[in-house]
Every structure is written in structure tokens, then in C-alpha cells.
Design a protein. Sequence first.
Length: 252
Amino acid sequence: MEEHQAIWQQALEQGNPSEALNLYRTTDGSDETTEGVLESFVKIQTFLREKNPAKAREVLSKQTTTLEWLEEIKNDLKVQLTTLEEATKALDKHDPDTALDRLNTITSPLLLAEAETLRGTALIYHNDTVGAKAAFERAVSRDPNHYRAITNLGNLALEANNLDEAILKYEHALKLNENFANAHHNLAVAYRKKGMVSKSVSELKKAQRVSQQKLREEARQMFKGRQTTKYLRWLLIAVAAIILYLFIQRTP
């Protein structure tokens, strides 16, 4: 039992909750509470890829465990998720220095991929594309399914006019999450620059569609039980206009 625990515990401590959960189910798998905590770690990683540390923290707060070392990891995660959320908000306010200050305190293996993704974004604000690329690559190394980090690598390639590399990165990101509007939009820009107009238009339509779907879902959550048809119509028109404007701006 202890040997089996060491295997899945090691995977978790390396920042691989999905692997830890699979190993637990095939070895120990005797405690539903512990399995629930591991499942919550997988969900946390999913929400972090979506840039939603607040939701990740909410998931974590609902879980308990009888394993002392696992409880210590959980409690440490609560604190660091709050710090990660502060860094995310700082970047949203275009304050890279505060974000970097917060990110320097993140040590949890479960959070490092997202922390490196945010670090890369902060470094872009400082025009440090070399450091940003290294940060995004570290993020992908820690979490190969981090589609935002992969998309950001595509963005750097696009800015450097390395169109083939950019297209490969965007296509990779979309295989991981076909509903990521940013990747669809920027892939459309890359195709346009290569003169592949038909593919560009197709990706732009996909970007609009997934953005509209997201807005509808957010509106349903925000105004559940209320009449929102008129509000939704204007939101969809606005996001379509923004995407079209950005597309035109990026087109040579």
C-alpha cells in the first residue's frame, strides 16, 4: 500500500494530477474522499488553463481528506491560488510588475504551469519576447495540455512573421480546446498573411461562433431567470464587431 501511495503521490507532487488520479484508481483506490480530492486537483488544473483561479479556489474549498500530507497540499494551494488570482487581476489591469511580484511566490507544482504562462504575458508587457517565450515553453513543459501557453507561443511566432510555426501552434492548441476563440482568431490572421483566404474566413467564423456561445452561457449564468434576449443580441453584435476590427487591424 505504501509503495502504491508513493507512486501516485510522486505524480501529484510533480504537478500531474490526472496521472496521480489514474494511478490511485489502479493501485489504492480505496478511499472515496481521497479520490474526490484528486479529482478536484484535476478540475483545478482545467480552470487554471481557462485563466480562472477564482473558480479553481472554489472547487478546492469543497474538498476534505483524512490524509495529513494531502491536506497540507490542499491548504497550501488555497493560499497560493489567492496569490495567483491577484497576479491575474494585476495583468488584467496592465500592471505587469505587481503580477511578477506575486508570481515569484508561487511554488506549488500544480500552479507552476499557469504561473509561467502569466509570467510570459507580464514579460511581453516589458517587451522581453525572449524571456516570454522561455516562460511559455516552461509552462508547456509542466503542462503539455496548457492551450493558452501554446497559443501564446503561436502569437510570438506570428509577431516574428514565422507563419508556419504560428499555424502549427494554433492548430495544436485547438486540438486541445476547439472552443478557444483566441486561437481560432489568430489562426485566421496567420492564414490571411499566407494568402489562404478561404481558411482564414473559416477560422474567423469559428472564432465568432465560440465567442457567441461563451457570451450566451455567461449571460445565462448572470441573468438566470430574467429576460435577456435583447441584451444578448447587442452583446453578440458587439463581440462580432470587435473580432472583425481586430482581424482587419492584424491584416497586412
